[in-house]
Ligand binder design. Sequence first.
Ligand code: PLP
Ligand code: ZN
Length: 407
Amino acid sequence: MNQLTHLECSYCGAIYESEKLQTVCLKCGKPLFARYDLEKVKETLSKRELVGRVSSMWRYFELMPIKERKNIITLGEGWTPLTPVERLSESLGLKDLWVKEEGIIPTGSFKARGLSAAISKAKELGVKRVALPSAGNAAGAMAAYGARAGMDVYVFMPEDAPRVNIVECEAVGAKVVLVKGLISDAGKLVKDGNEVMGWFNVATLAEPYRVEGKKTMGLEIAEQLDWKLPDVIIYPTGGGTGIIGMWKVFDELEELGFIDSKRPRMVSVQAQGCNPIVKAFEEGKTESEFCVGANTIAAGLRVPKALGDFLILKAVRESGGKAVQVTDEELLDDVGKIGCLEGIFACPEGAATVSALRKMVDSGEIDKDEKVVLFNTGSGLKYTDLFKTRAQTADPKIPFDYLQLLK
Ligand SMILES: Cc1ncc(COP(=O)(O)O)c(C=O)c1O
Ligand SMILES: [Zn+2]
């Protein structure tokens, strides 16, 4: 049984009905959080009960916002590997390093979790048409889940979004608009179109349920580590739903008695060219300022101002963590490092967590014995435009010089 009871504003605490379509708080404009009757959840969900459940994020059904299972729109997202990365670990002087590998999820990124949850709930509440602004990967995910739900899907992306994101959306029937500007400009177009197009806006934290999908990353880490959370989680941050969702669900798990009060230090990684959270963190502010001229090759990190900035900063500070920035050169270099050492073709956003980890190890902020989890949030296969190749050409009619391969 699902135990969703109501929605609560994450800022002012105002309460809203969950079985009506909701967006953000009508009083303060901030994101709404789903709340559950955790005492009732305990009746059907136990650690033992989880063994043998479906190998997707829907194994945690009681903690998900869908009332009836028949409304779940799934492609098998979640329950991704938590992979030990010993060679990378050794190269950094660490002993206990893991990567949560989100690159193998349907549509190639962790965005599938949030969109599977949000589209399922939207379907349950009768929505037929959806729209969202996206850096790229959320668009691909929404297009796929929207198609499966039989909805009309409209996506608005910056015109320099990776080409693959445009192709993957069109391949599953979505209408794509390329916007001259940033994701914030795309967001304005979606908002302004609400009335004339009658669509439901599924932008990050503009509705309450993407964060519920993303929180399953925290549930999985807990279960995969036998209900003992790691010392540090390093997460690449754009809109921040992942970090916000994980921080939320750790409290739910504690209330259920699945974990104790120990929390990981949550580290939010951004690119130097788009670092609003890092700036706010360093300046001791509770909200971020709009990052003018936001620019990084890590498309998912190109979010100049997140609606949930105050929640990201809260999670980072309450956990004793930190916000760290890395350069595009550093993160691109680390795509190569994690690739060559571990065989993981990471997305640039995921590789940024390696760069951040290195900085924190070098500065002594992470100890060599600590258990650290990095998030590779998507597959490098979605970013092939970014990489030059070194392949040589062989013509079978001309003898091949094998010694070239040793260079
Ligand atoms: C691959 C990838 N990693 C990280 C992010 C940032 O995620 P979030 O918006 O949850 O902070 C994105 C967002 O588009 C992304 O596509
Ligand atoms: Zn409010």
